[in-house]
Design a protein around this ligand. Structure first.
Ligand code: HEM
Length: 214
């Protein structure tokens, strides 16, 4: 069975990003941003590392405001994430486009990226992208799971215990946030280098065939 089946109607190319993926990507991106900025407001009230975040970069303004944003938007992220995971698994999107790459493919594409030789074909992810996307999806799942554990450490004691108790779960939550923030820096830089990918993620233009690789 081919990994990339031919389009159902000859001459009509599939969109680079199906509509459900585009909607869920932007809802998820907005939710992650709100979670991060409100999380920084909560962190500032009781920092566990020797720094705080500038108040101008926080959402909610103060501890209770930050918590209100964090708990409200959590449900948006939760619903969007479940919908994305179900759609990705059921539609074959994960199997076709986000299959975790092998180390050789990652080294090949990373070398090509760092030496400016990697092209981009709309609707196709290279090995480095796939690794980053799978990594950030895992980091978001970890952030949600550890967040639930430190939100309800008594009611969800089994979950908190799974992460080694409250203090460790809190540190893992922070580490997942840092991983997501680092992903964002690389992700937005790559989008700035290939701005037409942004058009495709917003407007849904067709995927490019092999010969158009740049
Ligand atoms: C906050 C967090 C964000 C997360 C977690 C995130 C995550 C992802 C993921 C997982 C994908 C692959 C989606 C799929 O095909 O299933 C993706 C694609 C993409 N994202 Fe984001 N994203 C975020 C923010 C942004 C922002 C701010 C921008 C724009 C500046 C952006 C632009 C894009 C574009 C253009 C693609 C498609 C790339 C391509 O065609 O090669 N993302 N993102």
């Amino acid at each position: 069975m081919s990994a990339h089946p031919p389009p159902a109607t000859p001459g009509i190319r599939r969109p680079a990003h199906p509509l459900p993926v585009r909607i869920m990507h932007w809802v998820g991106a907005a939710a992650v941003m709100c979670m991060m900025l409100s999380g920084w407001a909560i962190y500032n009230a009781s920092p566990s590392l020797p720094f705080t975040f500038p108040r101008s970069l926080t959402l909610g303004g103060w501890l209770a405001g930050g918590i209100a944003w964090h708990i409200s938007v959590m449900w948006v992220l939760f619903a969007d994430g479940i919908a994305y995971l179900l759609y990705g698994a059921a539609s074959g999107h994960f199997r076709r486009n986000l299959r975790p790459p092998g180390p050789r493919a990652v080294i090949r594409d990373l070398t090509a990226t760092l030496t400016g030789r990697l092209g981009h074909r709309l609707g196709h992810y290279n090995a480095v992208q796939r690794l980053l996307y799978v990594g950030v999806i895992a980091a978001i799942c970890l952030a949600v799971a550890t967040g639930l554990a430190i939100w309800k450490p008594v009611q969800l004691g089994w979950l908190c215990g799974l992460f080694g108790g409250y203090p460790l779960a809190r540190h893992i939550h922070l580490a997942a946030m840092i991983a997501i923030a680092l992903f964002l820096v690389v992700h937005v830089t790559m989008v700035a280098i290939f701005p037409r990918t942004l058009v495709a993620m917003v407007a849904g233009i067709p995927a490019e065939p092999e010969e158009n690789a740049r």
